[in-house]
Ligand binder design. Structure first.
Ligand SMILES: *[C@@H]1O[C@H](CO)[C@@H](O)[C@H](O)[C@H]1NC(C)=O
Ligand SMILES: *[C@@H]1O[C@H](CO)[C@@H](O)[C@H](O)[C@H]1NC(C)=O
Ligand SMILES: *[C@@H]1O[C@H](CO)[C@@H](O)[C@H](O)[C@H]1NC(C)=O
Ligand SMILES: *[C@@H]1O[C@H](CO)[C@@H](O)[C@H](O)[C@H]1NC(C)=O
Ligand SMILES: *[C@@H]1O[C@H](CO)[C@@H](O)[C@H](O)[C@H]1NC(C)=O
Ligand SMILES: *[C@@H]1O[C@H](CO)[C@@H](O)[C@H](O)[C@H]1NC(C)=O
Ligand SMILES: *[C@@H]1O[C@H](CO)[C@@H](O)[C@H](O)[C@H]1NC(C)=O
Length: 365
């Protein structure tokens, strides 16, 4: 910046301050009811503050440590500002995700988009493949169940400890479509009960259902909590996932043949990875939460995100557990949760989705 440019900028700022000051004086001088004019002024200042924070967070590029004191304070202020939806942003995101990734065509493997004997690649490998045989193919879902219509208001419910005591259950349950992760516990008060799509992590099968074949009832009982929900597993993320996913499918298929479990398509997850890499988000692997929020941006009219908060303290600086149901942490090497959170915050500020970080009020939604 040259000296004249910065000089001009200062003069401009000075002028702005003078104009605002004059405006405020005039307001106080001419308004008989000073109390309401003071309220109006406070309101105008609040609106300016909100607009400033909205601009800031919509292009936010944090330093190494994201959650500093000033970040928490500003984010807390911003979350009290009225939410501004932006239809243009929503449609631009939807269209580009449709063109690059196409969840309707490819979110999971179906009888329609996958052939017998087709060689299926692995999401994270350039060499390994899996050959789809006739018996596994016969257990794939017929077709994508939600094509041809928008999914309305969707709630994507992460496992963040901020959901504890949040009273968000009623608001979440009032959504048209609810997405959850890793067979997370549900209850009416904090996280809601409605579940339309829920993921199972292959490592959950590995750790918690070691004797799946001898004792399938344990898993059958666990999944029965979610009623009619669709289950989905990343069977072709890594080679170790395939056998675990097929074993789970073998248990669930006989009890719900109309709605067998789905496997994420590795083609979809690869294109989604490329989509976000091109936009500067480059973790070793996107979290499943971030993947399905992206899916929701394509399929849903309106995306509400709950329980995504990868920090140890909340907006009031009270400690929060990492998950609302246990203390497990994701691998820092694998995922970049804080960077993903910054993206979600950008999308929220741009009006593309709504991020919920505070307890829900009882008169919601
Ligand atoms: C909505 O987003 C578009 C694209 O970023 C932007 O040009 C427009 O000004 C935004 N509209 C409002 C009302 O903020
Ligand atoms: C997505 O895939 C479906 C099914 O293959 C296809 O009908 C649709 O045209 C595709 N959409 C786009 C935007 O390519
Ligand atoms: C798949 O491969 C097997 C073994 O090579 C063959 O017998 C079968 O006809 C093939 N099926 C289809 C549908 O191509
Ligand atoms: C098909 O694949 C499944 C899972 O890998 C395997 O258990 C089964 O034996 C295979 N069936 C045939 C006929 O090869
Ligand atoms: C939730 O509320 C209970 C009882 O009201 C309290 O004991 C507990 O500390 C709260 N937990 C969190 C994480 O706020
Ligand atoms: C489950 O889904 C089937 C078909 O999609 C529907 O007929 C049935 O009413 C649903 N059951 C419940 C409990 O929602
Ligand atoms: C709901 O789940 C949360 C988290 O596990 C727990 O703290 C709370 O007590 C539960 N509430 C009810 C009514 O079960």
């Amino acid at each position: 910046m040259t000296v004249t440019q910065s000089g001009a900028k200062w003069i401009f700022r000075l002028l702005m301050v003078l104009i605002i000051f004059q405006g405020v004086c005039v307001m106080f001088y001419y308004t008989p009811n000073t109390h309401s004019s003071r309220d109006e002024m406070m309101d105008a200042l609040r609106q300016m503050h909100c607009a400033k924070l909205r601009r800031k967070f919509s292009i936010f590029k944090p330093a190494k440590t994201i959650k500093t004191q000033s970040f928490t304070r500003e984010l807390s202020d911003f979350m009290s500002c009225p939410y501004r939806s932006n239809t243009t942003e929503r449609e631009v995101n939807r269209l580009s995700l449709q063109i690059f990734c196409n969840a309707t065509g490819f979110l999971f493997l179906t009888k329609r988009n996958t052939a017998v004997n087709q060689s299926i690649p692995y999401e994270t490998s350039t060499t390994d493949t899996y050959t789809m045989n006739a018996s596994l193919h016969s257990m794939l879902p017929e077709d994508f169940p939600w094509s041809g219509r928008r999914l309305g208001r969707c709630a994507v419910v992460g496992s963040g400890g901020i959901l504890k005591n949040s009273s968000c259950g009623r608001e979440i349950d009032s959504a048209d479509f609810v997405i959850r992760f890793n067979l997370a516990y549900i209850n009416d008060s904090d996280v809601g009960l409605k579940t339309d799509l829920i993921t199972i992590n292959p490592s959950q099968i590995q750790k918690e259902y070691k004797n799946l074949e001898e004792d399938p009832d344990l898993l059958v009982e666990r999944v029965s909590v979610y009623g009619n929900a669709s289950f989905i597993m990343p069977a072709f993320a890594y080679t170790f996932c395939t056998e675990l996913s097929i074993r789970a499918l073998n248990v669930l298929y006989p009890i719900r043949p109309q709605k067998p479990m789905a496997f994420f398509s590795p083609y979809y997850l690869q294109t989604l990875d490329g989509y976000w890499k091109r936009r500067g988000l480059k973790p070793r692997r996107l979290s499943t939460g971030f993947m399905l929020i992206s899916t929701a941006l394509e399929l849903c009219e309106d995306v509400h995100v709950y329980g995504f908060w990868p920090f140890d303290t909340d907006l009031q600086d009270n400690p929060v557990p990492y998950h609302y149901y246990n203390l497990n942490r994701p691998s820092k090497r694998m995922h970049k949760m804080p960077e993903e959170f910054v993206r979600l915050l950008q999308l929220h500020s741009q009006g593309a989705l709504t991020l919920h970080l505070q307890p829900c009020s009882s008169d919601a939604p």
